[in-house]
Design a protein around this ligand. Structure first.
Ligand SMILES: Cc1cc2nc3c(=O)[nH]c(=O)nc-3n(C[C@H](O)[C@H](O)[C@H](O)COP(=O)(O)OP(=O)(O)OC[C@H]3O[C@@H](n4cnc5c(N)ncnc54)[C@H](O)[C@@H]3O)c2cc1C
Length: 485
């Protein structure tokens, strides 16, 4: 069994991964930073090194702050492998052979694809900083061309400077929706309307949490951003129903405000968003325990205060461990890196605890106001548990009604629903239907999502070609041969 290629592999080069890799490498761990994207940055700082949007006022100061994380990474000696898609993390099958070979060290093997070739990497510890995904927002017509996620649209803006033209409607709730509207306005993009689905009741529910928000970094910039957008764009509040309509292409958005009459609005582009959820596929397929988070209404991997998961040798930091935002992700990345240094014997517990103090303070500050935002922007049940005719699994075109029917036939959870319906078995591996299928089953059974559970995922968590799999080295000799090239 080969010795480890690296002490630490960090998967994800967003704020959590960048900060963790820089700290771990600067303190002597041989560290590789892997990310499927062509360059570092993650979601928030996507394309920070070469975005075509050069006018800094458009993406705003929070975006450009990401550049400050690149220097420490460069200087740390960490190896950065952009364009690396990780599709599995597991104990080497022949771990016992390793013990027999006199290397009693526990290692992990990472399956990754890079430049169309698959390879296996052996490391002593893995930090998953895989971030967040947009929460699925299934409405009738969401699969029509012309309808996409606001986060996806923001990716087009950051990476290619692309923005929608014609009649543009934004719909949903959550900070990212307003941020994108603000960025578009700064880029000179005309927006026709924002259909705000934030339930009125959420304001009442969030009120008790206001004090924390008033002491948070979100207050000033959030309020200014909202006022800016509301001054320039028509906003329809309290939207309780939404449909995208059109023959083969989006033509209009039909919406209802409160319990008023339905109204229709011609539109060429509809950008949907109602929050982000942890990207848990890799952690789930690696066997990390996960739990239902009622506050954020989503599943997330279970971690301790240092980011350690239930799988030995696997830590997790950033939005992949629960939504906290970019600054919290950065601090959590550093805290996890310090614990990994202790686990790999580079520092002792006392040194770890002392070094973590400023990062814990930074994390506490960054998380102030989070509970207020989570409560205020919690999507309504109507948009989390769609009507029968709405497609919930886009890969297999399974409707909410079919899931309900399966429950009435005895299906009790998402994994059974897979065999009943094939939902969650397509190329996205449940990324676009997992949260919805759990909520639809829970509502139909009248139990909590915690009781229903989530898909049990297996590698590969990202599509890889059979040719890549077949080309994977088979023997020790092969391994050594491949790593030399
Ligand atoms: C589409 C989108 C846009 C967002 N835009 C903003 C914004 O503009 N401002 C803001 O404040 N917040 C934004 N957020 C919220 C964002 O989650 C956090 O602000 C922050 O980026 C979280 O940092 P992180 O380090 O935890 O993960 P992320 O920044 O999400 O980085 C995770 C990285 O891991 C990579 N990755 C995931 N799985 C794999 C794998 N299997 N193999 C290889 N690489 C993998 C991803 O491609 C990504 O680059 C956005 C979220 C989303 C989903």
């Amino acid at each position: 069994m080969s010795a480890a290629d690296f002490d630490l592999a960090v998967i994800g080069s967003g704020p959590a991964g960048l900060a963790a890799a820089a700290l771990a490498a600067s303190r002597g761990l041989s560290t590789v930073l892997l990310d499927e994207q062509p360059e570092a940055g993650g979601q928030i700082y996507r394309a920070i090194t070469d975005t075509p949007v050069r006018d800094r006022r458009v993406l705003g100061p929070d975006y450009w702050r990401g550049a400050e994380l690149l220097g420490p990474l460069r200087d740390s000696g960490a190896v950065h492998w952009p364009g690396s898609t990780v599709w599995s993390v597991a104990r080497p099958r022949d771990e016992d052979a390793a013990a027999a070979a006199g290397t009693s060290e526990r290692t992990l093997q990472i399956g990754l694809s890079r430049d169309g070739a698959a390879s296996m990497l052996t490391v002593r510890h893995v930090l998953m900083a895989t971030g967040a995904l947009e929460r699925p927002f299934p409405i009738p017509g969401w699969t029509l061309p012309g309808v996409l996620g606001a986060g996806a649209a923001q990716i087009l803006l950051k990476t290619s400077g692309l923005a929608p033209s014609g009649r543009v409607a934004l719909a949903g709730t959550g900070p990212l929706l307003w941020l994108l509207a603000w960025q578009y306005l700064r880029a000179g993009v005309a927006l026709d309307v924002i259909l705000d689905t934030t339930p009125r009741a959420n304001w009442r529910a969030a009120l008790p949490l206001l004090p924390g928000f008033l002491r948070s970094p979100y207050l000033g910039k959030g309020a200014k951003l909202l006022l800016d957008v509301r001054r320039k764009v028509k906003v329809v509040d309290n939207v309780t129903a939404l449909r995208a309509v059109g023959e083969g292409q989006l033509a209009a958005v039909v919406y209802r405000r409160g319990d008023e009459e339905e109204r229709s609005l011609a539109a060429d582009t509809l950008l949907l968003h109602h929050g982000v959820v942890p990207n848990l596929n890799l952690a789930n397929a690696t066997g990390c325990a996960q739990q239902w988070d009622e506050g954020q209404r989503c599943w997330r991997p279970t971690t301790d205060d240092w980011g350690a998961t239930s799988v030995e040798g696997v830590s997790l930091a950033g939005d992949g461990a629960g939504i906290g935002g970019a600054v919290a992700a950065e601090q959590a990345g550093r805290i996890a890196a310090l614990d990994i240094l202790r686990r790999l014997g580079r520092i002792d517990r006392a040194e770890r605890d002392a070094a973590a103090i400023p990062h814990r303070e930074g994390l506490e500050r960054a998380l102030r106001g989070r509970a207020f935002l989570d409560t205020l922007y919690r999507p309504s049940a109507a948009f989390r548990v769609p009507a029968d005719d709405t497609i919930v699994c886009r890969c297999e075109e399974i409707t909410a009604g079919a899931v309900r029917e399966a429950v009435r036939l005895g299906c009790s959870g998402p994994n059974q629903a897979k065999s009943f319906l094939r939902c969650g078995m397509g190329p996205c591996q449940g990324r676009l239907c997992g949260p919805t299928v759990t909520e639809v089953i829970a509502a139909e059974r009248g139990v909590s999502p915690a009781e229903v559970g989530y898909y049990r995922l297996r590698p590969p968590v990202k599509p890889i070609t059979l040719a890549e799999l077949a080309a994977l080295p088979k023997t020790e000799a092969d391994v050594n041969a491949v790593q030399k090239h």
